[in-house]
Design a protein around this ligand. Structure first.
Ligand SMILES: Cc1cc2nc3c(=O)[nH]c(=O)nc-3n(C[C@H](O)[C@H](O)[C@H](O)COP(=O)(O)OP(=O)(O)OC[C@H]3O[C@@H](n4cnc5c(N)ncnc54)[C@H](O)[C@@H]3O)c2cc1C
Length: 243
């Protein structure tokens, strides 16, 4: 149990104006380990798909924990944003969200951060993610759909099993899932390989692909090696590591 385990008692800091109060309005389970948390942030300035924010929890004794989280929702003017968090064993912040947080609770957020991993929707995008690394990529997919964009977009996403595939019900023809431990009948089990990446790179749109890779350090290394081996220019690979 985390030291934030007192419902409704997260203090809102009056510190920097850049920190904004975010009120939890909805919790949706995605997989046994991941859930989506919808937050009302009335002063949210907007974001680009792929960006993240800094989230701050303050305990009643003043102890503060800050973590980065990618924004899962597409940019819109609803005054809400969504985050999807994996529950990390003994995780301070993800543990609070998964075991304590209830609609009506408040946290603080500051952002959006990082322009480097943003995709404004202006160029063909090849997205490679693993586990919760799919979160910022899903913001891109949702943006692509919401705006009816015609620029090519493909996503390869790796999960341990179909049950652990985040956003499974929402994924469409743009996405190829890769399962590392168990898969539906007739689908191979194993890591992402050149056989997944090369056919997409071969489709090569006129302006080439911009590749976005997100996940653990190990996955980021593996996926970027596959891309380079398949001919993707290194300077057109953008990587977000979740640590
Ligand atoms: C730019 C960026 C965006 C991110 N976006 C997301 C996101 O969209 N969704 C999401 O779920 N996470 C995301 N993360 C990871 C997130 O910031 C936290 O690291 C994660 O939620 C764990 O925090 P915690 O307080 O729960 O665990 P902590 O209390 O920090 O850690 C508890 C224990 O778990 C280990 N640990 C920490 N993180 C992980 C991990 N990811 N996997 C396995 N073990 C771990 C620690 O070493 C420690 O032993 C992102 C990270 C970065 C840098």
């Amino acid at each position: 149990m985390t030291r934030f385990a007192v419902p409704g008692r997260i203090a809102v800091s009056e510190q920097a104006a850049v920190w904004q109060t975010a009120t939890l309005t909805e919790i949706r389970r995605e997989t046994p380990r991941a859930a989506t948390f919808r937050l009302a942030v009335p002063g949210w300035a907007g974001h680009l798909p792929g960006q993240h924010l800094m989230l701050r929890l303050t305990a009643p004794d003043g102890y503060v924990a800050q973590r980065h989280y990618s924004i899962a929702s597409a940019p819109d003017d609803s005054g809400h944003i969504e985050l999807t968090l994996d529950q990390v064993p003994d995780g301070e912040v993800s543990g609070w969200f998964h075991t304590v947080a209830r609609p009506g609770d408040t946290v603080e957020v500051r952002g959006p951060l990082s322009g480097f991993f943003a995709w404004p929707g202006d160029r063909p995008a090849l997205l490679l993610g693993a586990g919760s690394g799919v979160v910022p990529l899903m913001s891109m997919v949702r943006h692509h759909r919401a705006r009816g964009l015609t620029v090519p977009l493909r996503m390869l996403v790796s999960a341990r099993s179909p049950e652990e595939l985040i956003y499974a019900a929402e994924l469409g023809a743009e996405t190829t899932p890769v399962f590392t431990r168990s898969a539906p009948p007739g689908v191979a089990v194993g890591r992402m390989t050149a056989a997944h990446v090369a056919p997409i790179l071969a489709e090569q749109p006129a302006t080439g692909w911009e590749a976005y890779v997100c996940g653990s350090n190990g996955f980021a290394e593996h996926a970027s090696r596959l891309l380079v081996a398949a001919g993707q220019p290194v300077e057109r690979i953008r990587i977000e590591r979740f640590g």
